[in-house]
Design a protein around this ligand. Structure first.
Ligand code: NAP
Length: 321
């Protein structure tokens, strides 16, 4: 079967479509005929082997698992021992390691039926960004009636965090480029800060202080955020691409306990079936919408990852075989 692989670490020139062996069917798993798969910054990190501390797990000199991908939507074509929730022919979405392939093996606990009126491409754009947003909101605590700022609001995680925070009754300030202002307002943001012209951490210019900040852009020092977070409020360190080649976002997390007067939580999102079920319910119930805005073919995976890094498209990018 065809898959998007990288045999060495590097920029997007290391991505190739290759023939690879079919995935093995293990107990508790199903095999999915992949219709669409999501593109996340995680794939960039896995492709680049950055931050380099991650290579301790990924493979020091070269990646141990050549096939990328983790979000999936498609049709079940084989069911492993012990799986009772799914049958051959079911349309599903969720998480499957190695999903940038024509077929992928997935733990059945990490899948849900494709929600009604949702396409494979729309569904594949949800899992990782969606459960990261859910877990970030959980880390922020009770946000009903509170003021919440979300950076990276026009991207994958941010576009779900804006919707989920607004649905929970928060007053949402989205921080994004001017090009994505209309997009985030449409998702439910009450206020928009264009970071190119307005510093969201300037207490003089910020309309109010924030009870929680979900930071998925990471461009600003922790001490600056401290100025605009209410006493008792919390900064959730969701992501940063400017943390250096060795430690990446960990460098900010390591500073957080030493930043007096700031309550910060480092988010390490984990795949879990309950969150994927919650996302499926929200999609099916119309309280969350997929933010897929661009689709690339497997053969264009390098262009898709370049577009992700350049923040070309609002929301999410998906790949199709
Ligand atoms: N903690 C975890 O477990 C976890 C899980 C998933 C992802 N992440 C991390 O979370 C971050 C976001 O991931 P993603 O998948 O949402 O990436 P993404 O789709 O690329 O979104 C990032 C967005 O940030 C915006 N941006 C760039 N500079 C900004 C700034 N200074 N202020 C506000 N927005 C800015 C970009 O668009 P504009 O510049 O056009 O606004 C882009 O839309 C990444 O660092 C990723 O690695 C962490």
């Amino acid at each position: 079967m065809r898959a998007v692989v990288r045999r060495e670490y590097g920029d997007t020139s290391v991505l190739h479509v290759e023939d690879v062996p079919e995935p093995a069917l293990e107990p508790g798993h199903v095999i999915i005929d992949v219709a669409a798969t999501g593109v996340n910054m995680a794939e960039w990190h896995l492709m680049a082997g950055r931050p380099s501390v991650a290579r301790l797990a990924l493979g020091i000199r070269r990646p141990k698992r050549p096939v990328l991908g983790q979000d999936v939507a498609g049709i079940v074509i084989a069911v492993g021992e012990g799986v009772t929730r799914f049958a051959v022919g079911d349309a599903v979405f969720g998480s499957a390691k190695g999903s940038w392939a024509e077929r992928a093996a997935a733990n059945a606990d990490l899948l849900q039926p494709l929600p009604p009126a949702t396409s494979f491409e729309q569904a594949a754009a949800v899992p990782m960004s969606g459960y990261t947003a859910l877990q970030a909101l959980r880390a922020a605590g009770d946000i009903e009636g509170r003021s919440v700022a979300i950076t990276g609001a026009g991207g994958g995680v941010g576009s779900y965090a804006v919707q989920l925070a607004a649905a929970r009754g928060a007053h949402v300030t989205a921080v994004c480029s001017a090009a994505k202002a209309a997009f985030v307002r449409d998702l439910g943001a009450h206020e928009v800060i264009d970071y190119a012209t307005t510093d969201p951490t300037d207490p003089g210019r910020t309309p109010r202080r924030f009870d929680a900040v979900l930071d998925f852009a990471g461009g600003l020092p922790l001490t600056r955020w401290r100025r605009v977070i209410t006493p008792g409020g919390r900064l959730v360190l969701g992501g940063a691409e400017n943390g250096g080649p060795v430690l990446g976002p960990l460098s900010r997390s390591l500073q957080a306990p030493f930043t007096r007067g700031l309550k910060a939580t480092t988010l390490v999102a984990t795949t879990n079936g309950d969150d994927i079920a919650a996302l499926a319910d929200a999609l099916g119930g119309g309280t969350l919408r997929s933010t897929r805005s661009a689709t690339y073919a497997f053969a264009e995976a390098a262009r898709a990852v370049d577009a992700l890094c350049a923040a070309t498209h609002p929301g999410k990018i998906v790949l199709v075989p």
